[in-house]
Design a protein around this ligand. Structure first.
Ligand code: C5P
Length: 238
């Protein structure tokens, strides 16, 4: 597979656990997401090892700082050789543009996407920080800022994918978590979508953790999800 759609969330606490899990997942069948817990525990050397072993890595550190600091952090991520890195759209267009310019100046250019509104934020949480109104409208507005800043896409809920896709066009990457195969348990995810429905609604990449990482056979769970995605994609082409 040239451009695997599944990004497996390596939500584990140590380099040893992460490498053991990565060893069970074929690099050509998925990408791997390293988030704040694992990165804080295991650092850039783990990321470098995953990249050396041929894995596409999404460094999910959601940078949000002044433009120069964010840009330098993105440049450092590019030097690690990651496939994708992200920032908070709430940092604004000057910050996002600076981040984009920094990775464009790097010899290796990762994809750069923005987090819009964290899906953990409900209406009262948004009100409290002065973001009144409908969270979905705020997410679309922030995604517009990301596109205007030249970013490659956004992280969003699969439930928002259809609206985002029609508004922002085919070339804008939509990275969607909260995915559960029809026969999987929801865990603590409330608003879930199946891999096939997320792809049909316009998702570009699916972030999936526990249905793969906690499976008795993670490679088999991944293969089943990839088969579901392939048939949904074929259905779209037909
Ligand atoms: O195990 P599960 O599939 O629920 O993991 C989903 C991953 O996506 C986790 O790393 C989680 O932090 C992340 N995520 C999410 N919802 C968001 C943004 C990120 O579940 N809105």
């Amino acid at each position: 597979m040239n451009d695997p759609k599944v990004i497996v969330a390596l939500d584990v606490a140590s380099a040893e656990e992460a490498l053991a899990l990565a060893a069970r997942l074929p690099a050509q069948a998925c990408r791997l997401k390293v988030g704040k817990e694992l990165f804080t525990a295991a650092g850039p050397s783990l990321v470098g090892t995953l990249v050396e072993r041929g894995h596409g890595v999404f460094l999910d550190l959601k940078f949000h700082d002044i433009p120069n600091t964010t840009a330098q952090a993105c440049a450092a991520a590019a030097r690690l050789g990651v496939w994708m890195v992200n920032v908070h759209a709430l940092g604004g267009t000057r910050m996002m543009s600076a981040a984009r310019e920094a990775i464009e100046a790097s010899s290796h250019r990762p994809k750069l996407v923005a987090v819009t509104v964290l899906t953990s934020m409900a209406v009262p949480d948004l009100d409290e920080i002065g973001l009144a109104g409908d969270p979905e409208a705020a997410a679309v507005r922030l995604a517009g800022l990301a596109q205007r800043s030249g970013l490659d896409g956004v992280v969003c809920s699969a439930r928002e994918a259809r609206a985002m896709r029609s508004r922002f066009g085919a070339g804008f990457a939509l990275v969607t978590p909260g995915i559960r195969p029809a026969d999987a348990i929801a865990d603590d995810q409330a608003r879930i979508a199946t891999p096939a429905s997320a792809i049909r609604d316009g998702s570009s990449y699916l972030v999936i953790g526990r249905p793969i990482t906690r499976a008795a056979d993670p490679a088999a769970a991944l293969a089943a999800i990839n088969a579901e995605i392939a048939s949904a994609t074929k259905g779209q082409a037909a």
